[in-house]
Write a protein that binds this ligand. Sequence first.
Ligand SMILES: O=C(O)CCC(=O)C(=O)O
Length: 342
Amino acid sequence: MNLFSKSPTFVRQLFCTISLQRLETINHHIRFSSQSSKAIDNNKQQSEYRFSLPNGNLSNEQREFYEKNGFILIRNLVKPESLDHFRKRFQDVCLGKVKVLGMTVMKDVAIAKSEFADGEKAITKIQDFTLDDELFKYCCLPDIVKYVENFTGPNIMAMHTMLINKPPDPGTQSSRHPLHQDLYYFPFRPVDRIVCAWTAMEKINRENGCLVVLPGSHTGELKEHGYPDWKGGVNKMYHGIQQFDPNTKRAHLEMETGDTVFFHPLLIHGSGTNRSPGFRKAISCHYADSACEYIEVENSVQDYISKEITAIFRKKTGIENARFEDVWKIKSRLVQGERINL
Ligand SMILES: O=C(O)CCC(=O)C(=O)O
């Protein structure tokens, strides 16, 4: 088209239209580039998440909280009917009505000495209930597993299970659980693909000994542990961190029945004295990505505990040459997906 053969008005209009189109295009570029930089920012943020995965139920905001603090509390996650079922099963275990292969029934150091304590009153914790189909239902609750996927990915093993029955303290303060990191007990890695779900089976507050956590401590190293030097005695296997700054900020996790906290295995945590007249119950499971691998812990900070646990296992099973990882292989159970390494 020869523009010069057209009227000046037409040419001006055409230039105007072209300019407007250009402006539109530039505008579009600006809009597009700001949208894509938002997407890039979002991807960058996602790739900066180290402690969680996009798989499960957690929102980005919740993931950010976990990344920073090493725990996330989800309110009202487990139904009271399920918790009643687990409570009843626990009572049957304590009364000896149910015997479960591999389960450890632990007595409180102070209460066990009392000849008057019987049934669940003498028992502070049952551990390793994975082979009990009734209690194992806790590990498989879809409401919990959906969050676990945010930490382990889709192939999930239940590695360690507990129903904790913190007794009213007899004045010895032995009902406390010293500050510790759960990774101390675990010979598998990577650490960030392990998570604990811990559910309050009733209202848990400072009076009956709620969980105490040191927010952000999951970013640190695995520390040296050992039995604390407590006058009133300390429960078996309740190792604690010996050296840490007592002024570090603590958070007391007060929870209602069914509330569940998910926390990282390096998070420093423990629980307080039970000053109430009742037993304080919680149920928990440590999950791991089944693609995690066993590691050697000899001569590491885990050396002492691995020998203590393996010795108990050898005595219980009569398997003389059992190794630390064998203890874990036997008690762990697949929850979802494929059993890869563990
Ligand atoms: O339930 C509690 O009192 C604390 C349990 C705990 O931290 C543990 O057994 O590792």
